[in-house]
Design a protein around this ligand. Structure first.
Ligand code: PGA
Length: 249
């Protein structure tokens, strides 16, 4: 079974609600492509206006984070049921910026993964090495660890529906894309790791994205790789260029 590509924008902490609606209006006609899943992952306050603006289009809406408790005294957090109720289909979990600035660990990411599945939300679980780790030659060890902990107690049926985003930290927001060979090599390694945790069938179904300075120029080669099933796009998802990335062929 051929895996459907998934191309997701990660808006990060950009776009006020009114700016968000304008951006959706601009991108709406440009991101039409039924062959791929198109997802806009947006700040929490933008979710409802973006869902409204994207109604009737092929744009699906995702969140950039979520907490792992159902409800209660967790000031400032967003509960899974809140996302579920308004129709959020995806949630980015464990982005390197959250790991770096907000003390996210693979253990908390794992708790969030389990909650997301419980609420019918597809996690886009991020992993990736620092430049230092790459230079030390421990890239794959590090990422295998992130994946193994992130997927603890996740069933094979759940894992099949998940998305993993491989994002080398040194390539995020730096304009420095990993080479297609580097990206393919790690994405293949992640698929191998999933095969070891589960089985070949699960590994064949799970979708693995590349992220880190993806742009209209680099997308076609990256997305043509055997183990790269699309991208998680930051900077370029806020521009008309995102339309070209979605229609990379
Ligand atoms: P970038 O961000 O495309 O701006 O490098 C990617 C990401 O952080 O998801």
């Amino acid at each position: 079974m051929a895996r459907k590509k998934i191309i997701a924008g990660n808006w990060k902490m950009n776009m006020t609600p009114s700016q968000a609606v304008k951006l959706v209006e601009t991108l709406k006609p440009l991101v039409v492509n039924d062959e791929v899943d198109v997802v806009f992952c947006v700040p929490a306050i933008d979710i409802i206006p973006v869902l409204e603006a994207a109604k009737g289009t092929n744009i699906q809406v995702g969140a950039e984070n979520m907490y792992f408790e159902e409800k209660g005294a967790f000031t400032g957090e967003i509960a899974p049921a809140m996302l579920e109720e308004v129709g959020v289909k995806y949630v980015v979990l464990g982005h390197s910026e959250r790991r770096q600035y907000f003390a996210e660990t693979s253990e908390t990411v794992n708790k969030k993964m389990l909650k997301a599945f419980e609420h019918g939300i597809t996690p886009i679980m991020c992993c990736g090495e620092s430049l230092e780790q790459r230079e030390q030659g421990i890239t794959m060890d590090w990422i295998r660890q992130q994946v193994k902990v992130g997927f603890q107690n996740v069933t094979a049926d759940q894992a099949k529906t998940a998305v993993i985003a491989y994002e080398p930290i040194w390539a995020i927001g730096t304009g420095k894309t990993a080479t297609t060979e580097q990206a393919q090599e790690v994405c293949a390694g992640i698929r191998q790791c999933i095969a070891e945790i589960y089985d070949e069938a699960t590994a064949a179904e799970i979708r693995i994205q590349y992220g880190g300075s993806v742009n209209a120029k680099t997308a076609p080669d990256l997305f043509a790789q055997a183990d790269i099933d699309g991208g998680l796009v930051g900077g370029a998802s806020l521009k008309e260029e995102f339309g070209q990335i979605v229609n990379y062929k």
